[in-house]
Ligand binder design. Structure first.
Ligand SMILES: *[C@@H]1O[C@H](CO)[C@@H](O)[C@H](O)[C@H]1NC(C)=O
Ligand SMILES: *[C@@H]1O[C@H](CO)[C@@H](O)[C@H](O)[C@H]1NC(C)=O
Ligand SMILES: *[C@@H]1O[C@H](CO)[C@@H](O)[C@H](O)[C@H]1NC(C)=O
Ligand SMILES: *[C@@H]1O[C@H](CO)[C@@H](O)[C@H](O)[C@H]1NC(C)=O
Ligand SMILES: *[C@@H]1O[C@H](CO)[C@@H](O)[C@H](O)[C@H]1NC(C)=O
Ligand SMILES: *[C@@H]1O[C@H](CO)[C@@H](O)[C@H](O)[C@H]1NC(C)=O
Ligand SMILES: *[C@H]1O[C@H](CO)[C@@H](O)[C@H](O)[C@H]1NC(C)=O
Length: 372
C-alpha cells in the first residue's frame, strides 16, 4: 500500500489529486511589478514561502507565490488583455492547484473618472465593460455629426446598441460578495499624501468633478477595460456612454484598466467546467490617476504629467486588500467555505453560466447556460 502511494505520487507529481495540490482560499491577482510589490514584505503573511512555476505564465512573472499553508496565493498576469487572459487560462489548467472553492481577488491600480471618485480611492466593481471593443475612426476623420470616433460593432453610429456581440463586452460579478468586500475594506485606514491632495485640489473649479476633490475613500463603482491607455474628457464621456449602452444603463463607470474583462473571461470559461466558481470573484481597483483633465489642463498634460496618486494607490492595494483577505480566511468556516449566494445575475452577455443577463439582448442559451 505504501509502495503504491509512493509510486502514485512519483508518477502523478503535481497532479490535481497529488500530494502537492494547493487549495487556496484567496487568490490575489496582480498585473505588474508595482502591484506585486504591494504584497511583498507585508506584516500579515508571507506570500513567498512557496513559489510554483506554471507553464503558460508570462516570462516576466513565471511563478505563483503562496503562503506556506497554501491558503493565500498571488500571481502577476503581465499587462493588458492578452497577458491577462493567457495567464489566467494557464492557471486554471495547472495540475498544481484545485481552485474550485477559491476566491479570486483582482487587486490593481486604475485611472479614475473625476465625476465618481478620486486618486487614492479603493473601488469595487459589479460590472466590467470592455469599452474599446468597438469600431473606431481617427479623430481627423470622424463624421461631422459623430460626438466621438468610437461606436459599437455592427451599429451605424455612436449611441446605438451593438448588433453583434463577441461575448466579452460585459461581465457581472457577485454583488453580495462585493458588499462584504466593501465592508472589510472600509475598516482600513487608507494612505494619502500631500502631493495627492494638491492634485485633487486642481479639480475644484471643474463643474461636475466634486468627487475628485475628496480624499481617499472606498467606493462601489464599475470598471472599464481597454488595451489602449487613453486620456481626456471626450473619450471619458464616450466610454461612459459605452458602458451605459452595454449594461442597459446599470453600470457606474469609474475606473479604467487594461485587463479585467480578459481575466473575467478566462475565469468564466473555467467556471463552465467547474474548475472555478464564478460567484467567488472580487474586482478591486485603486485609483492612481485621473482619466481626464481638469478645466484648464490639456488631455496630454493629464496623461504625461506626474501622477502623485500612484503612491497612495499602490499602498492602498495592500491596506484595503489585506482586510478583505483576512476577512475571507478568518471567516472561512462560518461563511466563505460554503460560498456567498449571489442575488444578481453573474456572468457574460451570452448567459453562458445560465440565467438571464440583466443587460444585452438576452441569453443565447435559453437561460440554461452553455454546459448543461
Ligand atoms: C477540490 O477541492 C474541493 C474542496 O475545496 C474538493 O471537494 C474536491 O474534491 C477537490 N477536487 C479534486 C479533484 O481533488
Ligand atoms: C520565492 O521567490 C522569491 C522571489 O520572487 C524569493 O525571494 C523567495 O525566497 C522564494 N521562496 C522560496 C521558498 O524559494
Ligand atoms: C502614506 O505613505 C507615505 C509613504 O510611505 C507616507 O510618507 C505617508 O505618511 C503615508 N500617509 C498616511 C496618511 O498614512
Ligand atoms: C479656481 O478659481 C479660483 C477663483 O477664480 C482661482 O483663484 C483658483 O486659482 C482656481 N484654481 C484652479 C486650480 O484653477
Ligand atoms: C454621450 O451620450 C450623450 C447622450 O446620448 C450624447 O449627447 C453625447 O454627445 C455623447 N458623448 C460622446 C462623447 O459620445
Ligand atoms: C437592453 O437594451 C436593449 C436595447 O434597448 C434591449 O433590446 C434589451 O432587451 C435590453 N436588455 C435587457 C436585459 O433589458
Ligand atoms: C467587463 O467586466 C466588467 C466587470 O468587471 C463588466 O461590468 C463589463 O460589462 C465587462 N465588459 C465587457 C465588455 O464584457
Amino acid at each position: 500500500m505504501l509502495l503504491v502511494q509512493l509510486l502514485t505520487s512519483l508518477l502523478l507529481g503535481a497532479s490535481f489529486n497529488g500530494p502537492t495540490t494547493i487549495n487556496p482560499k484567496v487568490f490575489i491577482i496582480t498585473m505588474f511589478t508595482s502591484e506585486l510589490g504591494a504584497w511583498t514584505d507585508i506584516p500579515e503573511f508571507n506570500l513567498f514561502e512557496q513559489n510554483i512555476t506554471v507553464p503558460g505564465f508570462s516570462p516576466l512573472f513565471p511563478d505563483v507565490h503562496c503562503t506556506g499553508d497554501g491558503s493565500v496565493c498571488l500571481l502577476t498576469t503581465g499587462e493588458a488583455e492578452i497577458n491577462a487572459a493567457s495567464t489566467i487560462s494557464s492557471l486554471l489548467l495547472s495540475p498544481s492547484f484545485n481552485l474550485t472553492s477559491t476566491y479570486f481577488f483582482i487587486t490593481g491600480i486604475a485611472g479614475v473618472n473625476p465625476k465618481i471618485g478620486s486618486i487614492g480611492d479603493v473601488t469595487f466593481a459589479k460590472y466590467a465593460v470592455q469599452v474599446a471593443l468597438q469600431y473606431e475612426f481617427d479623430a481627423r476623420q470622424i463624421p461631422a455629426d459623430f460626438p466621438t470616433g468610437y461606436f459599437p460593432q455592427d451599429s451605424l453610429a455612436p449611441g446605438q446598441v451593438p448588433g453583434h456581440w463577441y461575448g466579452t463586452e460585459v461581465f457581472e460579478v457577485n454583488d453580495a460578495l462585493r458588499q462584504l468586500a466593501f465592508d472589510y475594506a472600509e475598516t482600513a485606514t487608507l494612505n494619502d499624501t500631500l502631493a495627492a491632495q494638491l492634485a485633487r485640489n486642481l479639480y475644484a473649479n471643474s463643474t461636475g468633478y466634486e468627487a475628485a476633490t475628496q480624499g481617499p475613500k472606498v467606493v462601489l463603482c464599475d470598471t472599464a477595460t481597454s488595451d489602449v491607455y487613453w486620456s481626456g474628457d471626450l473619450l471619458g464621456e464616450a466610454f461612459e456612454n459605452t458602458t451605459q449602452i452595454f449594461t442597459n444603463g446599470s453600470s457606474v463607470f469609474c475606473t479604467s484598466q487594461q485587463e479585467d474583462n480578459a481575466t473575467l473571461s478566462a475565469l468564466m470559461r473555467g467556471a463552465l467546467f467547474r474548475l472555478v466558481d464564478f460567484a467567488r470573484i472580487i474586482v478591486m481597483r485603486t485609483a492612481s490617476d485621473f482619466d481626464r483633465q481638469y478645466s484648464g489642463e490639456s488631455p496630454l498634460a493629464n496623461l504625461l504629467g506626474s501622477h502623485p496618486g500612484y503612491e497612495p494607490s499602490v499602498l492602498n492595494l495592500h491596506l484595503a486588500g489585506v482586510k478583505v483577505v483576512q476577512g475571507i480566511v478568518g471567516e472561512w468556516d462560518d461563511k466563505f467555505a460554503a460560498g456567498i449566494q449571489p442575488t444578481n445575475y453573474i456572468g457574460d452577455v451570452f448567459g453562458s453560466l445560465g440565467g438571464e443577463p440583466d443587460f444585452g439582448p438576452g441569453s443565447i442559451f435559453g437561460g440554461t447556460g452553455a454546459v448543461a
